[in-house]
Design a protein around this ligand. Structure first.
Ligand code: SF4
Length: 399
């Protein structure tokens, strides 16, 4: 007989365990039996859990599972975390590597796609395995980067002077020990041409207890440092998530949010407005709203592009511009981020531009008489500085 499943419900776990991020990671829910201890699983969820196991790992912190609606399978937390049987319905146009990252891999653990930015993948583990993940081919396995691969990646960044901005991602970099992450950040900070460092993490959403004073004190040493997180629904913005984000922001770390538009999860005006407003209230700046990537097994979670644009049109003007992220498609194959929302221009002539307001009225913006916009002082202020395109580096590496 199988041993009974220990309860991972919030009320059944001592506080000292619940608030310990390592306990949360050690006790991630991975099976239907464990989830059935927390929610009433639907037949479709049971099938999804049984049938999609070979496609992409399942893993949910007890904290994130505690946010699930115990009854309604349409809960946005459940839809992001529990596989649907539709994941098996893989369409021809869906890709393993939708952003073409594997073609821009000069060394292991580095994706160098844009001239001045490099993505540094430091870990292959997450505190949740999101059903819409575009890097599912790389995360959740048992093949973490070796220390020599990390060394090779840092050497590449150090010798590639074009790189001004390093985005540390994975997997989730905040799952590394504080000391290990500190070591990586210290080595990056020692590289003169690395101007800013960004960290991409879903920890504030799914394991906010990880953001403790020790972590924030360590991160603060490495400014200018930015964090981009990934809230998709206002239901995720709990007192714990707010406290975690407050610790980061109070530590002087700007926090932005990259949401993904997901069909049935947040694809309504109400849901998007509530998310953006809740983010602003906790001082997290909405940054991107992504149209879903064409990654395998996610067709059921993507919205038509027209729907995305229509929803987006109902954000701008209805709330402060600070609450309106950029709506983008990350071009399949690696063309980069393409804005698709917010075209308010109706016509343009030498004399005027006609624009449509968020309420649908047309207004005219008169053009200036002078057309030459040269900044004469550039020759003084930037004297002797090479243009970005001429910066020393290995252009051929990023294609
Ligand atoms: S946390 Fe990020 S990398 Fe990890 S599964 Fe979710 S989307 Fe993918």
């Amino acid at each position: 007989m199988a041993p009974p499943v220990t309860s991972l419900r919030r009320g059944d776990v001592p506080d000292r365990d619940w608030t310990d991020w390592r306990w949360q990671l050690r006790n991630m829910l991975t099976t239907a039996d464990e989830l059935a201890g927390v929610i009433e699983l639907s037949d479709a969820e049971r099938r999804g859990l049984a049938e999609s196991r070979h496609l992409f790992r399942v893993g949910i912190t007890p904290y994130y599972a505690s946010l699930m609606d115990p009854v309604h399978a349409s809960c946005p937390i459940r839809m992001q975390a529990i596989p649907s049987p539709q994941e098996l319905d893989i369409r021809e146009e869906e890709l393993r590597d939708p952003l073409g990252e594997d073609h821009h891999n000069p060394v292991p653990c580095v994706v160098h796609k844009y001239p001045d930015r490099a993505l540094f993948l430091v870990i292959d583990r997450c505190a949740i395995y999101c059903r819409h993940c575009n890097r599912r081919r790389l995360v959740g396995g048992d093949d973490p980067p070796t220390s020599s691969e990390i060394d090779e990646a840092i050497d590449y960044i150090a010798r590639t002077r074009r790189i001004r901005d390093v985005l540390i991602s994975g997997g989730d970099p905040l799952l590394l020990s504080t000391a290990k992450l500190d070591g990586i950040l210290t080595r990056l900070r020692a590289i003169d041409h690395v101007e800013i460092i960004r960290i991409g993490t879903r920890v504030p959403v799914v394991c906010p207890m990880r953001i403790d004073d020790e972590l924030v004190a360590m991160l603060r040493k490495h400014h200018p440092l930015y964090i981009n997180t990934h809230f998709n629904h206002a239901k995720e913005i709990t007192p714990e998530a707010r406290a975690g984000c407050a610790r980061l922001v109070d530590g002087g770390i700007p926090v932005g949010n990259q949401a993904v538009l997901l069909r049935g999860v947040n694809s309504s005006v109400k849901s998007l407005r509530a998310l953006m407003r809740a983010l602003l209230r906790m001082r997290v700046r909405p940054y991107y709203l992504f149209q879903g990537d064409t990654v395998i097994g996610t067709d059921h979670l993507r919205t038509p592009v027209d729907t995305a644009v229509e929803l987006y049109g109902k954000l701008r003007g209805w709330m402060t511009g600070m609450g309106v992220p950029h709506l983008v498609i990350d071009a399949p194959g690696g063309g980069g981020k393409l804005p698709i929302g917010g075209e308010y221009r109706v016509s343009t002539t030498e004399d005027e531009v006609v624009v449509r307001t968020y309420r649908g009225d047309l207004v005219s913006y008169p053009q200036p008489r002078e057309r030459d916009c040269t900044v004469a002082y550039d020759d003084v202020f930037f004297a002797g500085e090479p243009d970005d395109d001429d910066r020393e580096g290995s252009a051929e590496m990023y294609g």
